[in-house]
Design a protein around this ligand. Structure first.
Ligand code: SF4
Ligand code: SF4
Length: 172
């Protein structure tokens, strides 16, 4: 169809790779809904490393990644980085993989949920909150050189891929 949105071939391959080998079936139903259990880890974007390409919001299964309001970070004007509405994150890791595999930025890391509660003096429950918490930069907490350490090094998928799989995704 003429008006049909064309998906970038590499993005499509990443999508199928995530589906096949990374994300447990229980976390990949046909219809996504809001979170049903408290995640063990939560994603945050290092706002200093994100030059918003728009890919992770497109892949996030619960739609909880959005740009910061214009003018939030000085010098970035209307081109603000994205950040996670952390109370809605289901900890699926998809955005980490997408940013690492489809961009040059590798800007997303996961943080232990208990640590996030402590850092933001909040409680993270097993349900989507009724009112969304707008994203903030959290630069001093969850970024390279920030106060809290992330879990892991980034893409787990890339580390586990053999030569063939890397080639299939366009990585050599
Ligand atoms: S995929 Fe990475 S660079 Fe692109 S918007 Fe998301 S965090 Fe930013
Ligand atoms: S970990 Fe999953 S739910 Fe959380 S922001 Fe990333 S893609 Fe969205």
């Amino acid at each position: 169809m003429e008006n049909e949105k064309k998906t970038e071939p590499r993005a499509e391959r990443v999508r199928s790779q995530l589906k096949e080998s990374r994300i447990p079936e229980a976390l990949w139903p046909d219809e996504w809904e809001a979170k049903k259990k408290r995640p063990r880890e939560i994603a945050f974007i290092d706002v200093n490393l994100c030059f918003p390409c728009g890919k992770c919001p497109e892949f996030c299964p619960v739609g909880c990644i959005e740009p910061l309001k214009p003018g939030t970070l000085p010098g970035r004007g209307d081109n603000q980085p994205v950040q996670v509405r952390f109370q809605e994150c289901i900890g699926c890791y998809i955005c980490v993989e997408v940013c690492a595999l489809l961009t040059d930025y590798d800007a997303i890391r996961m943080y232990d949920t208990d640590l996030v509660e402590q850092a933001l003096d909040t409680t993270i429950s097993q349900k989507k909150p009724e009112t969304p918490t707008p994203p903030e930069p959290y630069e001093e907490l969850f970024s390279e050189g920030g106060a809290y350490r992330h879990v892991g090094k980034g893409s787990r998928l890339l580390e586990r891929m053999n030569k063939e799989e890397r080639k299939r995704l366009g990585w050599n």
